[in-house]
Design a protein around this ligand. Structure first.
Ligand SMILES: Nc1ncnc2c1ncn2[C@@H]1O[C@H](COP(=O)(O)OP(=O)(O)OP(=O)(O)O)[C@@H](O)[C@H]1O
Ligand SMILES: [Mg+2]
Length: 206
């Protein structure tokens, strides 16, 4: 049976992850690949409840509570959706995954990064993306793309978002084989050309 693939989409709020994921889904389906798309947080039933707290809870959400909620969602998502889909030979396109936790809860909120990496390892239980697309964009451009209707994470302020961006860039330097840096300041079409290049390489290797 053909091996499945796990591709994750990372970057700041508004960098263009979902736009690119949808274009890639369409492109791969046209080529006859068996593709499924998903997202974190909140792809499935328990996850949707967690997502609602994470993005829309009005009261205080303590930083470590936020961290465990993201990780709980991930553990459920990996076990009940992502791993089975890969085992069935599918290409799984996932909007945000482990690097978001390090960038947002680690670099953004200031939680211990090594601890977060260990907790991520527990949540994913050995699963590592075949490739991660990191869409890097200036914080100002990202904020403009998000617009005025911001969720709880998006509303966290410019300093927070600059730390998140730097966090992602650090992660890319630490994992240059897995994490492919894409300049997301460019037009949607140019960014998609870069996205396709990475994925076509991956498919040739697989
Ligand atoms: N390269 C681009 N140039 C200009 N506008 C873009 C580009 N990519 C995406 N956009 C626009 O920016 C907005 C945000 O894009 P998108 O929803 O894909 O970002 P995202 O990374 O998924 O954001 P979030 O993290 O909030 O889900 C959309 O209106 C989209 O059409
Ligand atoms: Mg999105």
């Amino acid at each position: 049976m053909k091996k499945g693939l796990f591709v994750t989409f990372e970057g700041a709020d508004g960098c263009g992850k979902t736009t690119q994921l949808k274009k890639l889904e369409e492109f791969l389906k046209e080529k006859g690949y068996d593709v499924v798309t998903t997202r974190e947080p909140g792809a499935l039933d328990i996850g949707q409840k967690i997502r609602n707290i994470l993005l829309h809870h009005n009261g205080i959400v303590a930083d470590r509570c936020e961290m465990f909620l993201f990780l709980a969602d991930r553990a459920q998502h990996v076990e009940t959706f992502i791993k089975p889909a890969i085992e069935q030979g599918k290409i799984v396109l996932c909007d945000r995954h482990v690097d978001s936790t390090i960038a947002y809860q680690g670099y953004g909120r200031g939680q211990d990064i090594e601890l977060l990496k260990s907790l991520n390892d527990i949540a994913v239980n050995g699963l590592v993306p075949n490739v991660t697309l990191l869409y890097d964009v200036t914080t100002e451009t990202a904020q403009q793309r998000v617009g005025d209707e911001k969720d709880r994470m998006e509303a966290a302020g410019l300093t927070f978002h600059k730390q998140v961006r730097q966090g992602y860039l650090n992660l890319q330097k630490e994992n240059p084989e897995r994490i492919k840096l894409i300049n997301a300041n460019n037009s949607i079409e140019t960014v998609f050309e870069d996205t396709k290049k990475v994925i076509i390489n991956l498919l040739q290797e697989n």
